[in-house]
Design a protein around this ligand. Structure first.
Ligand SMILES: [Zn+2]
Length: 428
């Protein structure tokens, strides 16, 4: 069976058409309830190809009872044999007459992005000798991959400005056909930018005095209909540089979102958008020095408070054992307190708790004259409760559920007493 006539080849502005269903088949493994596929003798629905996504729309048919039914077309794909299939949610038999109608808002948007891609690729070649190796038209933005190592910011701005000047010049975009031999000659002379690896007549898309490219996609009539082009972002990829861009209303939407974000951010900081980078840089520097100052104060406070705590607890049996907990201090501060308390006086052991959350943070620190290993004691005590933790010889930490905290404390205290007794026996 011959492939359906692709009406968009000669008239990309055709929005509706009459056709006959010439093939129908059950679709397998399709999501969204798209159970049936039909092929038509002619069609304006564009199938996914060349980086441009498929069209959607409607097929209007007359039922056996004489009433009109509207069947949404939700996907259009070309099979390996080059035949185009429209995916629908209900069976539609061969021989049925249908009126096809494409979703024009979606299609025109694709035409703007696609023609914008021809324009942008051509300007990149002309201005920066950077050829396009691939194109992707996405839901939100489009990308082209350029075979180049890097693009300077000022070069990117220049390419964007030139592309928009050409849009303003409203240059005609025309379709013509060339034989394979003619197209190869054009490619060799540099007249044609790209040639697909395909048999038969070659469809050539021409942007007046700028670009000639073999392409089967849909394009606008003149560059003015691209409506504007905005480059969004550059990204390094394995084969070069990926350029993200938007055209037409997509460019307006993207710029609107940016403007809203900038306005809100500037409002929060009571400044204008142009002042934002300088102000934020200054705020980051301030916050860094504030954090430094805060850390210094915390350390001073810990040293001062640790000395107080040590003074409050007297030595009993040769050991100053300080057991304390805080609900309003974070773990790092309690850890700082434990190490400062242990350093403040000889024969001192601190068993501190940070009770700001459950599990509770438990710290064990000792003064340098006590030779036992805090890390091993903590590790063993936690292990006997099925928990993990440890530390260095003079400072260890662990986390314990609030219900097991008393048990852990007893284990640690007993171990400390054992070690002290051992140390004494060794020195006597
Ligand atoms: Zn094209």
């Amino acid at each position: 069976m011959p492939d359906s006539e692709r009406l968009y080849y000669s008239d990309p502005f055709l929005k509706s058409f009459s056709a006959t269903v010439v093939g129908d088949r059950e679709a397998s493994g399709q999501e969204r309830g798209l159970v049936w596929q039909v092929s038509l003798d002619k069609s304006a629905f564009y199938p996914t190809s060349g980086g441009q996504p498929f069209d959607t729309g409607l097929l209007r048919a007359t039922s056996a009872a004489g009433s009109s039914v509207e069947i949404p077309v939700e996907q259009v794909e070309e099979d390996d044999a080059g035949r185009v299939w429209r995916f629908i949610q209900q069976p539609l038999a061969a021989g049925t007459q249908v009126e096809g109608q494409i979703d024009w808002i979606r299609r025109f948007d694709h035409m703007q992005q696609h023609t914008g891609q021809h324009l942008l690729s051509a300007v990149f070649v002309r201005e920066l000798q950077a050829p396009t190796v691939s194109f992707h038209l996405g839901e939100e933005t489009s990308t082209i991959d350029l075979a180049t190592s890097a693009i300077a910011h000022h070069s990117l701005e220049r390419v964007e400005r030139i592309a928009n000047e050409i849009i303003g010049e409203d240059r005609p975009v025309t379709i013509s056909y060339a034989s394979r031999v003619e197209a190869e000659a054009m490619l060799a002379s540099g007249e044609l930018r790209k040639l697909p690896d395909r048999e038969g007549a070659i469809r050539v898309i021409d942007i007046a005095d700028l670009d000639r490219n073999a392409c089967g996609g849909t394009h606008v009539r003149a560059t003015g209909q691209i409506g504007g082009l905005l480059i969004r972002r550059l990204e390094k990829v394995s084969r070069g540089v990926r350029v993200e861009f938007v055209c037409g209303l997509r460019a307006v939407r993207a710029a609107r979102v940016d403007a809203a974000v900038l306005t809100e951010t500037a409002g929060l900081l009571s400044t204008g958008a142009p002042e934002l980078p300088g102000l934020i840089r200054q705020m980051l520097a301030n916050s860094k020095s504030t954090a430094k100052e805060r850390q210094k104060l915390r350390e001073e406070l810990a040293t001062y408070q640790a000395a107080e705590i040590v003074r409050e607890v007297s030595i009993d049996g040769g050991l100053r054992l300080i057991v304390r907990g805080w609900k309003d201090r974070d773990r790092d501060f309690v850890k700082l307190l434990a190490s400062r308390a242990a350093a403040a006086a000889v024969s001192t052991v601190a068993i501190f708790r940070a009770e700001d959350a459950d599990p509770i943070g438990v710290l064990l620190a000792r003064s340098p004259d006590l030779k036992f290993n805090c890390g091993s004691i903590m590790k063993e005590a936690l292990a006997s409760l099925g928990l993990r933790g440890g530390g260095s010889p003079d400072l260890a930490q662990g986390e314990v559920p609030a219900k097991d905290e008393a048990a852990l404390r007893d284990l640690v205290m007993n171990a400390v007493h054992r070690e002290i007794a051992k140390q004494r026996a060794g020195t006597d």
